[in-house]
Structure formats: structure tokens, C-alpha cells
Design a protein around this ligand. Structure first.
Ligand SMILES: NC(=O)c1ccc[n+]([C@@H]2O[C@H](COP(=O)([O-])OP(=O)(O)OC[C@H]3O[C@@H](n4cnc5c(N)ncnc54)[C@H](OP(=O)(O)O)[C@@H]3O)[C@@H](O)[C@H]2O)c1
Length: 245
């Protein structure tokens, strides 16, 4: 797919799915700015693998000031913005009876509040240009629920409602908003699962394999490209068939 000339911001591009997205977009000709929160070294390693004028930016999604500073740096460099990929996310799993308010709040701040605020700050150049594509990485468990993830699943379901609402608000300005909902994808987030948990999950995937960052990146690339010009307010599921809706 050709993304030549597009300027894209990807949050949480230092590892996992975000890093795969960054590499795919850069390969397709986009200029990418991507964020890390604490893992600067890992972000720099990803940057070294890319050809072109790409950049890394520190951004903590829990902190409004940090999001403001990060987005301002990107806009200053790019002068415009064609796309935002809200990918940064965390888990903080506990059964509801053991889940503290802080456990809930932290996931809320990074996964939903941070995505809201980053989107809001990125809209100005898109409104001016009367075009843009917003992509939010949600999750299959935002649809199915998952024991131990009441906080995470609530935020992912919330992100999808958020995406649909702004799709309606922004479509008159030719700005599209869509979600990509991965299933079980190989990354640091899923490395935390035990072998038994992984085996059980694998049994539920009809295509018989764990997904890769590349599988997700391909969908993000499509939603940023002209090929998806008539798609907004949707969720694209990337889960090997483990959830059919
Ligand atoms: N892996 C899966 O199976 C799966 C499935 C469904 C959905 N997802 C979603 O896909 C997205 C990426 O997941 P992943 O598996 O690639 O995760 P990951 O490997 O743990 O990477 C998380 C990324 O988010 C960044 N991040 C963490 N805390 C942050 C904060 N407070 N502020 C800003 N950035 C922060 C990290 O930056 P540092 O490197 O600096 O820490 C890193 O770049 C998440 O939204 C996740 O919920 C993943």
C-alpha cells in the first residue's frame, strides 16, 4: 500500500504491536513519529531500523502535560498530521474483588483518558486540512469480557464507543475514526501469560496460531490508506477467528 507523503503519529511504538505498526508504515512511505514512555533505548533501536526522516518522542499517557508536550513536538516537526494510531496501552490484571481503585484508574488513564486527550490535541491540523484517519487499538476482550481484566476490558469497550462517537462528529470534515481489535498477539503484554494460559488460548483460535504485530500492522496500514476512504466508525477484528461478530 502506498502511504507516501503521509505524516503519522503512533503512540507506544517502542515495542510490540506499536513497533510493528511503525515499521510497516515507514516501509510504505509514511513519515512516522512514535512515542515511548520509559523505554527510550528500545525506541531508538526501532528508529535505527527505519529509512527516512522518522522520529521518537517521549510521552506518558497518564500525564496531560506530557501528552501536550509530545504532540506539540510532533506538530512542530511535521507542520501537519494525516493520521494518529492510539496504540499505547497497559494491563493491570486482578479479579474484581481484589482490584483496587488505583488498579482501575491507572488502566483508565493510559488506555482511555490518554487516548482521548491525544486524539483531541491531534485534531486541529486534521480539521484544517479537512482530512485525517484516527485508529484506536482496542481488543477482542472489549467484546467478550475476560476474567481478571474488568479494568482493561472496560477501557477497550469504552475506546470503541469513543471512536464511533467521534466518527459521527468528524465525518463532515472528512476525518475517519476506526478501531483495530487484536486477539491474542505475540508481544511483551502476552509474554506475561503462563504456558497453560497460552495453550488454552491457542485452542480457541480457529486459524491455529498466535497473531503477530505484522497482522495488526497490515490492518492499520489499510485504515490509514486511501483504500479505506469510505470506512468510518468501524472495528476491524484481527483475531484468527477466535471471536466472530
Ligand atoms: N498483545 C496483545 O495480545 C494485544 C491484544 C489486544 C490488544 N492489544 C493492545 O495493543 C496495544 C499494544 O499492545 P502490546 O502488546 O504491543 O503492548 P506492549 O508490548 O506492552 O507495548 C506497550 C507500549 O505502550 C507504551 N506504554 C506503556 N505505558 C505507557 C504510558 N503510561 N504512557 C505512554 N506509553 C505507554 C510502551 O512504552 P515503553 O516501551 O516506553 O514502556 C510500549 O510502547 C495496547 O493498546 C494493547 O492493549 C494487545
Amino acid at each position: 500500500m502506498n502511504l507516501q507523503g503521509l505524516k503519522i503519529l503512533v503512540t507506544g511504538g517502542s515495542r510490540g504491536i506499536g513497533a510493528g505498526v511503525v515499521q510497516q508504515l515507514a516501509q510504505s512511505g509514511a513519515t512516522v513519529a512514535f512515542t515511548y514512555s520509559s523505554n527510550k533505548e528500545s525506541a531508538e533501536k526501532i528508529l535505527e531500523t527505519l529509512n527516512g526522516d522518522h522520529s521518537i518522542v517521549q510521552m506518558n499517557m497518564e500525564d496531560e502535560k506530557s501528552i501536550e508536550t509530545g504532540v506539540a513536538q510532533v506538530l512542530e516537526k511535521f507542520g501537519t498530521l494525516d493520521g494518529l494510531v492510539n496504540n499505547a496501552g497497559i494491563t493491570n490484571d486482578q479479579l474484581i474483588l481484589r482490584m483496587g481503585v488505583d488498579d482501575f484508574d491507572r488502566v483508565y488513564q493510559v488506555n482511555l483518558r490518554g487516548a482521548f486527550y491525544c486524539t483531541k490535541l491531534c485534531l486541529r491540523p486534521m480539521l484544517k486540512a479537512r482530512k485525517g484517519s484516527l485508529i484506536h487499538i482496542s481488543s477482542v476482550v472489549g467484546h467478550t469480557g475476560n476474567p481478571g481484566q474488568a479494568n482493561y476490558t472496560a477501557m477497550k469497550a469504552g475506546l470503541e464507543g469513543f471512536s464511533r462517537s467521534i466518527a459521527l462528529e468528524l465525518s463532515s470534515r472528512n476525518i475517519r475514526s476506526n478501531c483495530v481489535a487484536p486477539g491474542f498477539i505475540e508481544s511483551d503484554m502476552t509474554h506475561a501469560l503462563t504456558d497453560d494460559q497460552k495453550k488454552l488460548l491457542l485452542e480457541r483460535i480457529p486459524l491455529g496460531r498466535i497473531g503477530t504485530a505484522q497482522d495488526v500492522a497490515n490492518c492499520v496500514e489499510f485504515l490509514l490508506s486511501d483504500k479505506s476512504n469510505y470506512i468510518t466508525g468501524q472495528t476491524l477484528h484481527v483475531n484468527g477467528g477466535m471471536y466472530l461478530n
